[in-house]
Design a protein around this ligand. Sequence first.
Ligand code: B16
Ligand code: MG
Length: 216
Amino acid sequence: MIKALIFDLDGVITDTAKYHYLAWRELALGLGFDFTEEQNEQLKGVSRIKSLEILLEIGGIIVDEDIMEQLADKKNTRYVEFISKMTPDEILPGVVDFLKKAKTEEYKIGIGSASKNAQTILNRINLNSYFDVVIDGTKVHKPKPDPEVFFKAASELNVKPEECIVFEDAEAGIEAAVNGGFHSVGVGNSKSLGSADYTISGFENVLIEDLIKLIE
Ligand code: B16
Ligand code: MG
């Protein structure tokens, strides 16, 4: 029986990938190479430092650990400038109605995000009140596809993995859900979400009861 819903943040609740992309591209250009939107797909759901490793590999650049940290900080400073201007208009279509219905039906609701900026984003888009628990990159040690972030969310919600549905837009996130024994719904059109139990293009016109029937 499904008792809880755990949502990834970036790409599921709101589209912050565009801001990650702008900040990573600025960093890349500063280092002397370009970085395309297509290449940015590889960074979705991936931790900040792993994203930097991928970016530097694309640019063919090798740096030591100190410089890695400085570059990650530089990108994050720029990213935070972008997200600090976010508004509730940037919540993806259908999300608020879906969350409202889930609350009315008394599902427990959590966030399971790799981002260390999740709380800033939730404050900016004014969605905090829907979530019983927020587990983000500041609270876990192992990045997705390790299921730690979802295990922690389930544990704080006092439910078992098989009683949860994880909503994810990234391959690493779906893998994390599958690895942890969670039900999973892929959100978006990416072909890489094939291992999810079910895929939706977004939350618009998606009824929670229909989804539960398909999953259970
Ligand atoms: P930050 P999610 C992930 O969030 C993003 O998809 C990914 O692109 C980003 O690198 C990661 O958070 C870390 O974000 O630099 O803000 O800590 O999709 O797991 O909600
Ligand atoms: Mg995501």
